[in-house]
Design a protein around this ligand. Structure first.
Ligand code: FDA
Length: 299
């Protein structure tokens, strides 16, 4: 991040939360589950699918993981009761991966089991590299008994193509994204184009081997390249979908929708909106400038 953007981010960090909420509300459905239900209903009305996520990561007590699990159950109930077209995304560290791997596995299995009863699906988000192997281990163990669970892979990681070669043998349901965490150069590609090239290479492998791919990007270059692959390989519409974050590049989202591709939007909600919003801000330097302008016009 350049020094000006870095300054803006540091500046935003010292602002009162209610001021930061001015920009956060664009990216977060709200602090309550009913806020997320409302957003998903609106998306569904436009033909867009949802994935709900209760905000929170790296907890410090097992009771917090159990609370996250309860929220996941509530989301699954809400999806069923409101007849929503949506599934649920979970973060392993919000379910105790950083505390006790077996405990975390059990929490996730309960969620996947409940989703199975409801004919729903659980997406396991991918966090930073200390958790990559453990997350794949949880996934492959679950895949022995469940087919309603999938994982995320990150195109910026050098290991990802090899991971996908292995996981394809289990007919894995993927979300492919660039990757959001700061990783060392030894583990991750750093150049914009080399990350894009790896994204396309990994997507090609997923689709060629007949796996389901959630193509999670707002990068119009990658959307175009994905369109090309889908067309060249004659991939049927039930083998892929596009995915975007709530509040980001809505015009591209609507174009993909009107081009007739399935598209899913990630709808985060919860009391922990502040940490999530700070991450979104650090990711997008343009946003920092945006926020600064809105803060001053607000005052
Ligand atoms: P890029 O960052 O180049 O963005 C392209 C354009 O989109 C930007 O120029 C900007 O205009 C806009 N844009 C992108 N992000 C924006 C933002 N936050 N705010 C405003 N504008 C933005 N990562 C991870 O490590 N693990 C995970 O499990 C997930 N899960 C996930 C789910 C879904 C549905 C999505 C869409 C993304 C993720 N990610 C993720 C995040 C992902 O790794 C990546 O950081 C972002 O999607 C940004 O990468 P793009 O491919 O969009 O390209």
């Amino acid at each position: 991040m350049n020094p000006i953007n870095n300054f803006i981010v540091q500046f935003v960090k010292i602002l009162p939360k209610r001021v930061v909420y001015i920009f956060a509300k664009k990216y977060v459905a709200g602090s309550k589950l009913e806020d997320a239900v409302k957003v998903v209903k609106e998306l569904n009305a436009k033909g867009i699918i949802g994935t709900m996520d209760v905000l929170g990561e790296s907890i410090t007590k097992k009771s917090e993981a159990e609370e996250t699990k309860r929220h996941c159950f509530e989301m699954l109930d809400a999806i069923k009761n409101n007849n929503l077209d949506a599934n649920v995304s979970i973060k392993p560290t919000s379910l105790g991966l950083n505390l006790d791997k077996e405990f975390c596995y059990k929490q996730i299995e309960e969620i996947v089991q409940k989703a199975k009863e409801y004919n729903n699906f659980i997406r396991i988000d991918m966090e930073d590299t200390p958790y990559t192997d453990d997350t794949f281990a949880i996934l492959t163990r679950l895949q022995e008994n469940y087919n309603n669970v999938g994982v995320v892979v990150q195109a910026y990681l050098r290991r990802t193509f090899d991971d996908v070669v292995k996981l394809n043998k289990l007919k894995t349901n993927y979300r492919l994204c660039k990757g959001i965490y700061v990783e060392p150069e030894k583990l991750a590609f750093k150049g914009k184009q080399e990350i894009r090239d790896n994204f396309v290479k990994v997507l090609d492998k997923m689709l060629s081997d007949g796996n389901y791919a959630g193509i999670a990007t707002h990068d119009d270059y990658l959307v175009r390249e994905s369109y090309k692959l889908i067309e060249e390989k004659k991939i049927s519409k039930d083998k892929y979908e596009f995915q975007m974050l709530y509040g980001v590049t809505e015009s591209l989202r609507d174009k993909i929708n009107s081009d007739g591709h399935r598209i899913r939007v990630y709808v985060p909600w919860g009391e922990n909106w502040y940490a999530y919003s700070m991450r979104r801000l650090q990711e997008n330097p343009m946003l920092a400038w945006y926020i600064t302008k809105s803060i001053f016009s607000f005052k």
